[in-house]
Design a protein around this ligand. Sequence first.
Ligand code: F6P
Length: 546
Amino acid sequence: MTLPTINPTTTKAWEALKSHYEHIKNTHLKDLFERFPNRANDFSISWNDFYVDYSKNRIDETTKKLLIELAKEVKLDKAISHYFGGSSINETEERAVLHTALRAPSNQNIKVEGKNVIPEVYAVKEKIKNFSNQVISGELKGHTGKAFTDIVNIGIGGSDLGPAMITESLEFYKNHLKVHFISNVDGDHVHQNLKGLDPETTLFVVVSKTFSTQETLSNATTARNWFTKKAPKDAVGNHFVAVSSNITNVTNFGISEENIFPLWDWVGGRFSLWSAVGLSISLSVGYENFEALLEGAYEMDEHFKNTSFEENIPVILGMLSIWYNNFFNAESEAIIPYSQYLHRLPAYLQQGIMESNGKSVDRNGNPITYQTGTIIWGEPGTNAQHAFFQLIHQGTKLIPAEFIGFKYSLFEDQDHQDKLMANFFAQTEALMNGKTKAEVLDELKSKNLSEDKLKKLTPFKIFEGNKPTTTLLINKLTPKSLGALVSMYEQRIFVQGVVWNIFSYDQWGVELGKQLATKILSEINNAKVYQHDSSTQKLLERYLTK
Ligand code: F6P
């Protein structure tokens, strides 16, 4: 065993948190601020260009102390050193978890099974750099001698979400290359994207760690067929490259070895954007920006590794998530970036957080008796305010929300920025304070309403408030700050997985569906449906009746 295997519910801190919860559960955030006007200082962290304010959470000093004791009792510190040190903490797949090595400086010595992996990491980085520079400058050309204009990333899950989210988040920093992402096995997705592309100027980047994923192989085959209908077969080599750890499968597909950007089994799919999986990021924003992204992530890794738990952003945010999930029984968490560029961040984090921590067996192989895996959702503000915020404000569910905003906008339109940020600040204040009956009455009275109308409207206009939020105020959306932000979430996933005593880096749950789909596809191909439950049987028969 490389990670501790402590059931968190057996710790002293868990017991203490249970009784502490009974004591604090009805306390209103407004009262906490009244009693402790300095809360904003006590519950905030300044780090680089990040300011993390977690004072609008339903906690006091005792909660923080106990949550940190819990982290200590489950031996989080020991787990962190195993993780960064390259131990096989992904025990069910017998692998190390070292996406952190992808952003480590070249002078580090990070060993997997006795071998320093850093030289290989830097060799691949050099390959990414040279290739990106050549494509961007137009030095590397398509088979008819034209420079590339379009990049098509074909991949799914971590081989799509990471590069797609970062490319869109960094659109401001983009060069002339147009980048497209094809992921879904839905043929309409690939055909819609191919429509309008010119095979002479299109470069396909096929990304699949295993190179055995049905969706990616189908889409890559369709793209290759589309290409060879319009171009000679031997031109495939000029227009298709692959990112994979399965060299045999890639070469069998027809992509030569020199066009493969390798990755390693110690890089998990949902944590792989820092590897060659990020090739389309580097193509889109240039290698220097890709490197700045890695640098930001590295700085957050260092903060996580070296800072006391009390001042450690991923630890504090991870423990807060546990507080709501396991003591308040909150079912979900909202992530609201106040930047349109970050509109794919919640979807990206859904894979990161839910594929990692959606587990119900502990590290001893026993069924779990407590809640794990938070449900993540969100959309950018202010759009989200006009969509689902009503439920967060006045619904029956407790939904802790995380607000991510930037001090400076990229186009420097101060008027828009001030309006955006006014909403950003107003929402967390409104969620906390709500509106009391007295406030509602005052407001309605000033409108000269009849007594009857006043009475009728009042209950609907009351907001209970006391809705917890955490605010991340970052200076500016840059490749570096984005790298730090994503790394922060990765480390939070780790913290929560350690506390919940689960393996965060496997994903056996997605396998069953894949197996059954293969079986059903062969039935569809043979137009013969074998024994299923009556529901599936009828559905399949109806589908097959043309
Ligand atoms: O959904 C399961 C999964 O294995 C993800 O973890 C992974 O990111 C995705 O499939 C794609 O895998 P690959 O890169 O091997 O095609």
